[in-house]
Design a protein around this ligand. Structure first.
Ligand code: PBG
Length: 321
């Protein structure tokens, strides 16, 4: 045998030399759940180790993560039911606790990359990402609301907007609203291929944001489709997206790879709540070694082509590194 692949695996030093993929804290965005008030900390039952935090405690959490080398965060609001309405008006009320918290976070950590979520579901009494009229999710009417949300979020000084709603034309619409108002420096990370997935369950528990009726299949993508993801991503590129995201990550590694091969924009993957919950549950039962499967999971997402990974494992990963 002239060729013996095992020669390149014989010592750790050689293995390190030939290692093709490495995940570092630079690649990670840590999603955080914001509560109203102060001194509030409530664990998400289906996501052990993940807490909903009021802004004072979130500032401390961000500081702890920054000390571990994590510099990017995606903040989602937990909106109490009595604030929700048909139009999701709290989503663009500049005095609402989400927007005031974002201002505080940016003030205290100007060097951190802060990302926000643009979609109606946390604020909507229907629990849908768009405006519901007679059981239908209206596209173009939703764009106006998303535009207001995007502007209100941009005004807080955040760095990256994350439209997660899957309405047609929303990236272009939001880009235009931002540019018209002097926010040409605010980035857009589009949830380009966001699938109608059952892996979002724990997130909807965390935010109490599940749809009150129906499902999200008329706007989120069919998990069976790969080529359709290219239609979505082509549009987002044309409309000015700075980053393209695939969500969820693990059951969609083929789509991540397809995006990496098809586009020059940075590719993000959202390692979603259900993917986190699976590893935690197996680890709690003693069936898997958490630290190892977690690191291997993040590695697989990066190897598939993700430049950026949004993951609830971020802090624990940084603590291991
Ligand atoms: C809301 C939104 C969802 C997630 C991020 N933004 C849920 C959904 O679309 O129902 C899911 C994140 C996760 O599961 O970790 N537009």
């Amino acid at each position: 045998m002239h060729i013996r692949p095992r020669r390149n695996r014989k010592t750790q030093a050689i293995r390190s030399l030939v290692e093709e993929t490495k995940v570092t804290t630079d690649d990670l965005i840590f999603p955080l759940f914001l509560l109203e008030g102060t001194n509030q900390k409530i664990e998400v039952e289906s996501m052990p180790g993940i807490y909903r935090l009021s802004v004072d405690l979130m500032l401390k959490e961000i500081e702890a993560c920054m000390n571990l080398g994590i510099t990017a965060f995606d903040v989602f609001p937990v909106v109490p039911e009595h604030y929700k309405d048909k139009l999701g008006t709290k989503g663009y009320d500049s005095k609402f606790f989400y927007l005031t918290a974002l201002r505080e976070i940016k003030k205290q950590f100007p060097e951190a990359a802060i990302m926000t979520d643009v979609a109606m579901d946390p604020y909507s009494s229907d629990g849908h990402d768009g405006l519901v009229v007679d059981g239908k999710i209206l596209n173009d009417e939703t764009l106006e609301i998303l535009g207001k949300m995007a502007l209100a979020q941009a005004e807080t000084g955040i760095d990256i907007l994350g439209p997660s709603d899957m309405m047609d034309g929303r990236v272009g619409y939001i880009r235009e609203v931002l540019d018209e108002n002097g926010f040409e420096e605010v980035s857009i990370m589009s949830y380009s291929a966001k699938y109608a997935s059952a892996f979002y369950g724990p997130f909807r528990d965390a935010l109490d944001s599940a749809p009150k009726a129906g499902d999200k299949k008329t706007y989120q993508m069919n998990p069976a489709n790969q080529r359709e993801a290219l239609i979505e991503a082509d549009l987002d590129v044309d409309e000015g997206a700075d980053f393209l995201m695939v969500k969820p990550a693990l059951a969609y590694l083929d789509v991540i790879k397809l995006f990496k091969d098809s586009y020059s924009q940075p590719i993000a993957a959202y390692n979603v709540s259900g993917e986190y919950a699976m590893l935690k549950a197996a680890a709690e039962k003693g069936w898997l070694e958490y630290d190892k499967v977690m690191a291997e999971t993040l590695l697989s997402i990066k190897r598939a082509g993700a430049d950026i990974i949004l993951t609830y494992h971020a802090k624990e990963f940084a603590q291991l590194a």
